[in-house]
Design a protein around this ligand. Sequence first.
Ligand code: ARG
Length: 471
Amino acid sequence: MSTNQLDKKSQAWSALFSEPMSELVKRYTASVFFDKRLWQADIQGSLAHAEMLQAQGLISLDDWAAIQKGMAQITQEIESGQFEWKLDLEDVHLNIEARLTQLVGDAGKRLHTGRSRNDQVATDVRLWLRGEIDEIGLLLIELQKALVNVAEQNADTILPGFTHLQVAQPVAFGHHLLAYVEMFARDAERMIDCAKRVNRLPLGSAALAGTSYPLDRERVARTLGMVDEAGKPAVSQNSLDAVSDRDFAIEFTAAASLLMVHISRLSEELILWMSQSFGFVDLADRFCTGSSIMPQKKNPDVPELARGKTGRVVGHLMGLITLMKGQPLAYNKDNQEDKEPLFDTVDTLKDTLRIFAEMAAGITVKPEAMERAAKKGYATATDLADYLVKKGLPFRDAHEVVAHAVKDAIAQGVDLSELPLDKLKAYNAAIEQDVYEVLNLRGSLNARNILGGTAPAQVRAQVARHRLRLA
Ligand code: ARG
């Protein structure tokens, strides 16, 4: 047949079919309107495949040259917006292949030798996702750097640390921010680890059983940069598995969900801290909106939306994992449904990371409000108990003594540090003048000078460690 068969999909699929697909079914089964964003990966994969076909003597040098020329033109057409995407041609793969055949004739028809759309699409999604994970890694570094900078400026800033959202003990605001840096560092590790399993080559698996052509799969893997840590080609080892599992996409979305959960917790704190009741921080105006009716309002829309979008990403994880669960081996059309959740996860994540790095850099900290809140909450009560333990009292007894002192201080409306020495001595005779050193917030902070603790010296050491790590 000399005409372009692929272009005839508006008629019957092949000679086997006696009628064309209905319009509704065509729309229902097509994916081109979303999977066209895989076009670069599709062309990259096709070129690597064709180069190998030529090296193996399966197509001629002339065919290889024609395919390269055709793909260069298609690239130019897509980039300039001239490429005509056709619903009739179902997906990105058939659209590009049909155009190639239109441009270069038989060489285009030979491209699909030893290949199926099943191993093609699995390869494309992996290539595309690999690039996106690299970008996400860079964005994660930027966000961590921004947080480390604010943490350094606030190594000495006193924040009431909370448990149960009740004032517990003073912590350095810098220490608090570095907790998020730890979370994002683990998120970055998860992304890097996941990328190892994403970056493996399905091509050569063909539809499901492998192929009878003598393909050089390792050559294709090397061309595409699908290599393991030792630089050896990373090639799938079972054709059925390679065309049918989407665990790599699920794994990525799981890592993305965790990352968004961390973003969401930070968002929740920013929202609380910015409220009038806390007044701990202010976000730059460009990240907030006003109200159409209440002129005094400045709303933290960006963190609120990020908190909301976390639900969306977690939803995509549920969608993908449910998509997989009932499928028999090997490829099923169900898998076409992997793309939209995956694409949206990547888009949501990248936008959120970008905006958070900028927002973190522009945060205004209000140390007086933080300190006032720490005082109000008797944040040094534990320090008084520890003081008594160091004077020989068993901890449980010390705990009880301090509970009495706090109760009286609350009744009088004063901080523990404002109680005169003779009053304090009445709770326990061991209490001396030096108690005031531990009752002030700064003394409490400095005392926790242990690895992982909140003492400003520790915060500075962590800042230095993160800087080295992120350089
Ligand atoms: N558009 C399809 C997908 O995204 C490509 C693979 C189609 N394979 C098939 N045998 N129908 O999964």
